[in-house]
Design a protein around this ligand. Structure first.
Ligand code: PAN
Ligand code: ZN
Length: 199
């Protein structure tokens, strides 16, 4: 077995810092197409290009039976009424499942089964675990007003398939309706937006 030095690691459950990790930063400009309201996206981007989330990844080992893990930090905020979110993906190796553990902040996970297209919305909170089965698109959403910090632990062979989501976004959106996180059909939400624009 070829283990790197990452057999013991420290992390900060409030900032998303993970010793020895490699960091990926996703700014608003890298999330074109992820948010439903394109006009709100363009308006927000014209003002600023904030960091929406970071992912600190550790890959202690690769190969059959090995696990990798990542500490996510998703900032609070909205584009229009839609909460800040991650791009979302399937695993390139479709059978790969993943465990998400909430550490701090308040959020939800949107899951979508690739075959049935059935959606599930689950809370991602401190002291809770969301099990993401294989063949399931998953997206993290911050519905609170502090950073959402969470673990994702997955088979080292899982990989990320972003292309499928870029082509066909999740069927559902999570938006603030009367300040309450609400799950709506993307199409219905877009139709309501366009109707409001033309009135
Ligand atoms: C997580 C995600 C992380 C960022 O580590 O990669 O939440 O989301 P995106 O990868 O969709 O930008 C994970 O699910 N890994 O498999
Ligand atoms: Zn994943």
């Amino acid at each position: 077995m070829n283990l790197s030095s990452a057999i013991f690691t420290r992390f900060d459950p409030y900032s998303g810092q993970l010793d020895g990790a490699s960091y990926t930063e996703r700014r608003l400009s890298q999330l074109r197409g992820a948010f439903a309201d394109e006009a709100a996206y363009d308006a927000a981007l014209a003002q600023d290009d904030p960091v929406i989330y970071t992912v600190a990844t550790l890959e202690p080992a690769q190969g059959e039976g090995q696990l990798n893990y990542a500490l996510g930090m998703l900032n609070p905020g909205r584009i229009g009424t839609e909460y800040y979110l991650t791009k979302g993906h399937y695993h390139a190796w479709r059978p790969a499942a993943e465990c998400y553990l909430g550490l701090s902040g308040q959020g939800v996970m949107l899951l979508e089964d690739e075959n049935s297209r059935e959606s599930k919305l689950l809370p991602l909170l401190p002291n809770s675990i969301v099990y993401v089965p294989g063949y399931t698109a998953h997206r993290t959403i911050n519905t609170g007003d502090t950073p959402l910090i969470y673990w994702g632990i997955y088979p080292s062979a899982a990989g990320h398939d972003y292309g499928a989501i870029a082509q066909r976004n999740f069927h559902k959106v999570v938006v603030a309706v009367d300040e309450t996180p609400t799950l709506l059909d993307r199409l219905e939400f877009l139709n309501a937006l366009h109707q409001a624009e033309t009135q």
